[in-house]
Design a protein. Structure first.
Length: 288
């Protein structure tokens, strides 16, 4: 059971997270805790979130995980002002999605087990998606409390169909996951949120580059399309690929955009699409 004293004590919040406080440090510590009732996950951290927001407004700056704007609206364990970078959390190992519904898949609160947030250097990264809208409904009038449904609408510079494969080494070591784009292996770190049923064959996924840190790496969401819907996805994990270039256009994106039949998107895989001034396509999708 999580200590309610820890969750509601302003002094402990300030001492635990320092000044100014990094939100994902709190999330990392909190996600290690075992709740008696998983449905209490957002409720139990609500007091900390309120106090953290108050401290940020009081200081009139955010020097925690990202720096820059005030945190803004609290959305299912994340802060609107920290998106899209705040989407780049990762599970320490594949876990189970909490049931009944606790939070949307794009929130760390939807999972069992420990999660880690992006490092501070990502505040200087180039964002590759735009948050168009967040639709969220709460169980009560408390915006820091339990969530009944939430949808995140993104405008993506790239939406890339790919596959993920699993390789199982010796029993004492964790599974290894690899992403393939147009049949080509993409080297990098692939961290899945949940265990997938591979059944001996690759699983189709969609890659959405979110943040590009020049000459360092690109962080991408790994998504699964919800069949029977138009442009609606669930989050499956996070991929990180090293980059040596100071501009974002790695070889695997070039291949995906080269007209390869297995990468060409079809109606239903996005809600809307349009051309930017430079002639490049943009895609609108929902993540639930």
């Amino acid at each position: 059971m999580v200590s309610r004293a820890w969750a509601s004590s302003p002094s402990k919040v300030e001492s635990a997270i320092g000044s100014p406080p990094p939100w994902f440090n709190i999330v990392g510590h909190y996600s290690r805790c075992n709740l008696t009732e998983s449905k209490d996950k957002l409720v139990a951290i609500a007091g900390v979130a309120r106090r953290w927001q108050h401290l940020q407004v009081q200081q009139n700056s955010v020097s925690g995980v990202y720096g820059g704007p005030l945190p803004g609206e609290y959305v299912a364990g994340l802060w609107r002002g920290h998106l899209p970078q705040g989407l780049c959390w990762k599970a320490c190992s594949p876990k189970k999605r909490l049931h009944p519904y606790i939070a949307p898949t794009w929130s760390w609160a939807s999972l069992e087990g420990m999660v880690l947030g992006p490092s501070k250097r990502w505040e200087h990264g180039d964002t590759l998606v735009e948050v168009q809208e967040i639709s969220i409904s709460h169980v009560s009038t408390d915006v820091f409390g339990a969530v009944s449904v939430a949808t995140l609408r993104l405008k993506c510079r790239w939406l890339i169909r790919a596959t993920v494969e699993r390789r199982r080494p010796v029993k004492s070591k964790p599974d290894i996951y690899t992403i393939y784009v147009s049949g080509r292996k993409i080297r990098g770190e692939v961290m899945l949120d949940i265990e997938l049923a591979f059944a001996g064959k690759p699983i189709t996924v969609y890659i959405v580059p979110v943040v590009f840190e020049r000459s360092v790496a690109t962080k991408c969401l790994i998504l699964s399309r919800i069949l029977g819907t138009e442009g609606q996805y669930e989050r499956l994990g996070l991929a990180t690929w090293s980059e040596k270039s100071s501009t974002f256009k790695p070889y695997w994106v070039n291949e995906a955009l080269s007209g390869a039949p297995d990468c060409a998107l079809e109606d239903g895989e996005y809600i809307d699409t349009f051309k930017d001034a430079d002639g490049s396509s943009r895609y609108v999708i929902d993540i639930v």
